[in-house]
Write a protein that binds this ligand. Structure first.
Ligand code: NAD
Length: 478
């Protein structure tokens, strides 16, 4: 069995502790063994990033452009192979896996270009003879901590801007999906990035999270994951005045009005709620439906759900792959029980299903007769579980959509320009979609939410610069 090591100060470093990367479509299939970094190795990675930081920041934009461009090209050239690895370890369908890898490659290409567009400002001073220059500098060594559900795209959208703007990186991917992270690291390691600029430490968050978060040499932390872990990151960084950025959970609403194109609304709901097995922070887990279209929408949605093929992520024709692991499956089942106890009606799905190979297969679940105050509508499940909330009109729909601790993404299906305009204005989410699924975003525009979903500057696109640079104001007397 091949062992995949950590990458520290330009060297591949082994560890006594290794974990097996298991395919959730076939738990007998072990993808590989992955070394788990210990605290000393985290310390070495931080020191390497610290030492490499000044030279990397001064390295020049052409070198950084070329490194990112080379990384993007290799990721794109290998999208079939890397997409297969991703789907094999995470469980999203092959089309989704290849799509995610493509996205990662595009992100590196985009930020290659951003290295050349890091413009400053030149202003006259209010004092005669002085001029003022405003420029952007690297923040310093960064920690990047990522979840398992987008194991290559999320690392890409943090690592690419970090390197583009001259920061060095210690990258800690999720325990569950080290394969895509390791493959990306292998590409970065061969891209011409100097020793120590990029370091990979795989390992358990509970063990190696603290040394990363508490080290004064780490000047900023970009984190995506659960709300609970986000709080730990926030507390540790606040305590030592380090910069941090958090992308966390969601409980995203999709409003369906009676003037919608019903077929499109059903497609948006199926895509948003169940694709990628519902394991997306932007998943539409609350379907808020106007009473006059409720029955027709639910009937059409159930018909569509009946036709979904649940199976091996890599098999032709699979619409929904397995749940990522046993603990996530247990959590989904627990929430289905909670929903029933709260009085919602489980109309279809939710049950565990068997396939030829042993895996974590679950039928997408749909609740009706649910109330927005129920736990299944207030807490993130992170699985193929959605519920319908019946409302009288747009007023009630908007109130319900915003009545949540989260604010990542929200959608509406309507043919009314007026309703769409009102929704875009009154929704409290960071990303709003009209007649499109709540999940699925472009890579060149800002990504992020409000309230309990996000903290700090937006990720992706030109806005990413705000987190990965610090502003300097320079006064010069002529
Ligand atoms: P998680 O919080 O369990 O883990 C995320 C990362 O944090 C992992 O790398 C983990 O090892 C690390 N970690 C765990 N404990 C730590 C600690 N004490 N210190 C430092 N790091 C620690 O989340 P997950 O289960 O991997 O991912 C699912 C969650 O991610 C969901 O809540 C989902 O909504 C969220 N998510 C959010 C976005 C977004 O952009 N808003 C995108 C994808 C996923």
């Amino acid at each position: 069995m091949s062992v995949h090591n950590n990458f520290i100060a330009g060297e591949w470093i082994g560890s006594a502790d290794q974990i097996a990367n298991i395919n959730p479509s076939d738990t007998k299939d072990i993808i590989g063994e992955y070394a788990q970094a210990n605290r000393d190795q985290v310390e070495q990675a931080i020191e390497a990033a610290h030492i490499a930081a000044p030279d990397w920041e001064r390295s020049g934009i052409q070198q950084r452009f070329e490194c990112l461009d080379v990384i993007g090209s290799e990721v794109l050239a290998r999208k079939q192979e890397l997409g297969t690895l991703l789907s094999r370890e995470e469980g999203k369908t092959l089309a989704e896996g290849i799509g995610e890898v493509t996205r990662a490659g595009q992100i590196f290409k985009f930020f290659a270009g951003e290295t050349l567009r890091n413009a400053g400002e030149l202003l006259p001073s209010v004092r005669p003879g002085l001029s003022v220059e405003i420029s952007r500098e690297a923040v310093g060594p960064l920690a990047i901590i990522t979840p398992w559900n987008f194991p290559i795209a999320i690392p890409a959208w943090k690592i690419a801007p970090a390197l583009a703007f001259g920061n060095t990186v210690v990258f800690k991917p999720a325990e569950l999906t080290p394969g895509s992270a390791w493959a990306l690291c292998d590409i970065i390691a061969r891209s011409g990035v100097p020793e120590g600029v990029f370091n990979l430490v795989m390992g358990r968050g509970a063990e190696i999270g603290a040394p990363l978060l508490n080290d004064r040499r780490i000047r900023a932390v970009s984190f995506t994951g659960s709300t609970q872990t986000g709080r730990i990151v926030a507390e540790a960084c606040s305590a030592r005045n380090a910069r941090f950025q958090l992308e966390m959970g969601g409980k995203n609403p999709l409003i369906v009005l009676n003037d919608c194109d019903l077929e499109n609304a059903v497609n948006c709901a199926v895509n948003g709620a169940y694709f990628s097995t519902g394991q997306r922070c932007t998943a539409s887990s609350r379907l808020i439906v106007e009473a006059s279209v409720h029955d027709a929408f639910v009937a059409a949605l159930v018909r569509k759900m009946d036709g979904l093929v649940i199976g091996d992520a890599l098999a032709d024709g699979t619409d929904i792959g397995p749940v990522a692991d046993q603990s996530q499956l247990n959590k989904n089942l627990e929430y289905i029980e909670i929903g029933k106890q709260e009085g919602a009606e489980l109309l279809t799905g939710g049950d565990v299903v068997e396939r030829d190979k042993p895996g974590f297969y679950q039928k997408p679940a749909l609740f009706i007769e649910s109330d927005n105050a129920m736990r299944i509508n207030q807490e993130e499940v992170f699985g193929p579980v959605a519920s319908v909330i019946k409302v009288a009109d747009l007023d009630e729909a908007l109130h319900c959509a915003n009545d949540t601790q989260f604010g990542l993404s929200a959608g509406i299906c309507t043919s009314s320009l007026r309703s769409a305009a009102r929704f875009k204005q009154e929704s409290q989410a960071g990303m709003v979609m009209v007649n499109a699924p709540t999940a699925g975003v472009d890579y060149h525009v800002p990504f992020g939410g409000t309230k309990g979903s996000s903290f700090g500057p937006r990720e992706q696109g030109g806005y990413a610069r705000d987190f990965y640079t610090t502003v300097k104001t320079a006064y010069t007397q002529a």
